[in-house]
Design a protein around this ligand. Structure first.
Ligand SMILES: Cc1cc2nc3c(=O)[nH]c(=O)nc-3n(C[C@H](O)[C@H](O)[C@H](O)COP(=O)(O)O)c2cc1C
Length: 124
């Protein structure tokens, strides 16, 4: 079944090759009817929050995670038997072991600020 995760995620291997991947399915139509159209943005905020927790928990567990914003929502709905706008897939995520890309350079966060600190004020 990993091909399904790959296919609905814009053919990205990262969605199928890890431990698991998931889609965040929002209670869509009823919450917009109840709270107004601007709640659309709120649902994305909530999804992002869940994503940040997944990023942190994966790191804490010694593995890695990646948010997946490229996915085909209609096929996702077909897979789960969802119809109309009752539910909507808003954000996907995958968790697995890290594969380092040697082409990437990593710099310390806020490197310039750290350099500007007076002596003795370095962070541990
Ligand atoms: C909303 C969102 C959508 C993303 N979608 C994808 C994706 O579809 N495929 C992918 O490989 N990475 C995706 N990523 C991960 C980013 O490409 C990147 O790896 C991650 O944000 C960490 O970036 P950094 O290492 O520069 O901090 C997404 C990240 C976010 C926040």
């Amino acid at each position: 079944m990993t091909w399904v995760a790959n296919r609905v995620s814009c053919d990205q291997d990262i969605a199928a090759d890890g431990f698991f991947s998931l889609g965040m399915i929002a209670d869509f139509q009823a919450s917009l009817e109840c709270h107004g159209a601007s709640f659309y943005r709120h649902l994305f905020w909530e999804s992002g929050l869940v994503g940040q927790v997944l990023y942190l928990e994966a790191e804490a567990a010694g593995v890695r995670a990646t948010g997946i914003g490229c996915f085909f929502d209609d096929p996702v709905h077909q897979v789960f038997g969802l119809r109309d706008l009752e539910f909507q897939s808003l954000y996907h995520f995958t968790v697995g072991g890290p594969v380092d890309d040697p082409r990437l350079t990593t710099l310390p966060p806020y490197g310039q600020r750290v350099k500007a600190r007076p002596r003795g004020m370095d962070l541990p």
